[in-house]
Design a protein around this ligand. Structure first.
Ligand code: UD1
Ligand code: CA
Length: 454
């Protein structure tokens, strides 16, 4: 049998007023990725062929974010916010292409997993015209209720329109729906706005399908899959769920997380084998950790590649563009940005390494700073292989330190240093013998004079 074709419509035109934010709701992030990007990732994991994203007027930011993640998405604008069915119909021209399945998902439901979407599509393959994801939330308030009889779904009632008896139903609408492509448009176009909010509710599709003698079913999933995000508190709850899933996946892949609940991961964090992550580490976007590396406590990493067996922290900050070679060591209170630190190189204490190349096995002493910014532009520092940078040196970029060169402690290096040379650039020390003794005797003389006056 041919696999069924599928169009997914992502509804993202809502204003998200309850988020109390200037940012469109679906662009808020959990696990370092926007809600919208999570939904798009779940769709791509379900073998969806075409994706339509419905945005509100003026939400170009949302369209651009969608295209960054999935360049082939078609964007439709819902000119007026008149309800979820009205939003789905903004993508009418895509539905008219008659896909086998039409999947309607909400951009604010980021924890949906591909397997749950696949179960919903399977219900269509089994003959349903409408299939709805249902769940039993701990607190059903705000959700539509699924009304079922004899194994079939008969209606979905929005809470504001529900009777007391209907409100007592614990099976709720997860907000994700699949419609058979052959009847989808006929059903959607019959939906009216005769309800308390005078909106076109997608949920009315169930009763309309039933009226057309078609089948509607509910597919029950875990609450986490369909957690809708309307408020910052719900965003935080979803973050917690996403983190639990990511930690679990890392543990299952063999990463040692000593205190998993204290480690914050990003949806795209990648680990090799035998990686150890100590308590209290935060991973931002685009981090890859290779085999055998150790990330010590209180480190923050983003946009960084950590090579095999490298060691980071405690209290290290790796910013975007950091690449650590095999066995490199970045110690406490060291910040690295846009820098390649080659194999075996070390910066163990209190340094800033920005826009730099640190050659293999070089040693960057405590307190070394690459002065990469002149107030308007950034400049590069190159440190050669096996070079030794004495503590508390300032390397004023652009500057090159040759292979095997030595920099005396406390130097301010403004000119290139040839390979194997020693450069010292600091005030010479002067020593004045007996100076302190003379000072002390002068002071005690002064005190005696003062006493004799009393
Ligand atoms: C919706 C469901 C409810 C379900 C809940 C699950 C309807 C009528 N109600 O309620 O049964 O329990 O989700 O979370 O479907 N949107 C548009 N254009 C619009 C209206 C909404 O694009 O005109 C988008 C929103 O951006 C959002 C999604 O549709 O992504 C859902 O809208 P929302 O207002 O959050 O619906 P709920 O009241 O949560
Ligand atoms: Ca919602």
């Amino acid at each position: 049998m041919m696999p069924r074709s599928c169009l997914a419509i992502v509804l993202a035109a809502g204003e998200g007023t309850r988020m109390r934010s200037a940012r469109p709701k679906v662009l808020h992030a959990i696990a370092g990725r926007s809600l919208l990007a999570h939904v798009l990732a779940a769709l791509s994991g379900t073998g969806v062929g075409a994706i339509a994203v419905v945005i509100g007027p003026g939400q170009e930011e949302v369209a651009a974010a969608a295209k960054r993640v999935a360049p082939d998405v078609a964007v439709f604008v819902q000119e007026e916010r008149r309800g979820t069915a009205h939003a789905a119909l903004a993508a009418k021209s895509a539905i008219e292409r008659l896909p086998d399945d039409v999947l309607v998902v909400y951009g604010d439901t980021p924890l949906i997993r591909p397997r749950s979407l696949s179960r919903l599509r399977a219900a269509l393959a089994d003959g349903a015209a409408v299939a709805v994801l249902g769940f039993r939330p701990a607190d059903p308030s705000g959700y539509g209720r699924l009304i079922a009889a004899n194994g079939e779904l008969t209606a979905i009632r929005e809470e504001v329109d529900a009777s007391a008896a209907e409100r007592a139903i614990t099976l709720c609408n997860g907000g994700i729906m699949a419609l058979n492509g052959k009847t989808a448009l006929a059903i959607l176009e019959r939906i009216g706005d005769h309800n308390r909010k005078a909106e076109f509710y997608l949920t009315d599709a169930v009763e309309i399908a039933r009226g057309m003698k078609l089948h509607a079913v509910a597919v029950e999933v875990e609450e986490d899959d369909v957690r809708g995000i309307n408020t910052k508190a719900q965003l935080a709850e979803a973050e917690a769920v996403a983190q639990q899933r990511l930690r679990r996946a890392a543990l299952d892949a063999g990463v040692t997380l000593i205190a998993p609940d204290t480690v914050y991961l990003c949806a795209d964090t990648k680990f090799g084998r035998d990686v150890v992550v100590e308590p209290y580490v935060v991973f931002g976007e685009k981090v890859t950790i290779e085999d055998g590396a150790v990330i010590r406590s209180f480190s923050h990493l983003a946009g960084a590649h950590v090579g095999k067996g490298a060691s980071v922290g405690p209290f290290a900050r790796l910013r975007p563009g950091t690449q650590l070679g095999e066995g490199a060591r970045i110690g406490n209170f060291v910040e690295v940005k846009e820098a390649v630190v080659e194999a075996g190189a070390k910066a163990n204490h209190l340094s800033y390494i920005g826009d730099a190349l640190v050659g293999a096995n070089a040693n960057v002493g405590a307190g070394t700073i690459t002065c990469n910014y002149d107030g308007s532009e950034k400049h590069r520092t190159e440190i050669g292989k096996n070079a030794f940078i004495g503590s508390n040196s300032a390397l004023v970029a652009p500057v090159k330190i040759g292979d095997g060169a030595y920099i005396g402690s406390g130097s301010v290096i403004t000119d290139d240093v040839p390979a194997d040379a020693l450069a010292v650039a600091r005030g010479r020390q002067t020593v004045k013998e007996g100076w302190a003794t003379r000072l002390r005797s002068l002071k005690s003389l002064g005190k005696k004079k003062a006493h004799s006056r009393d």
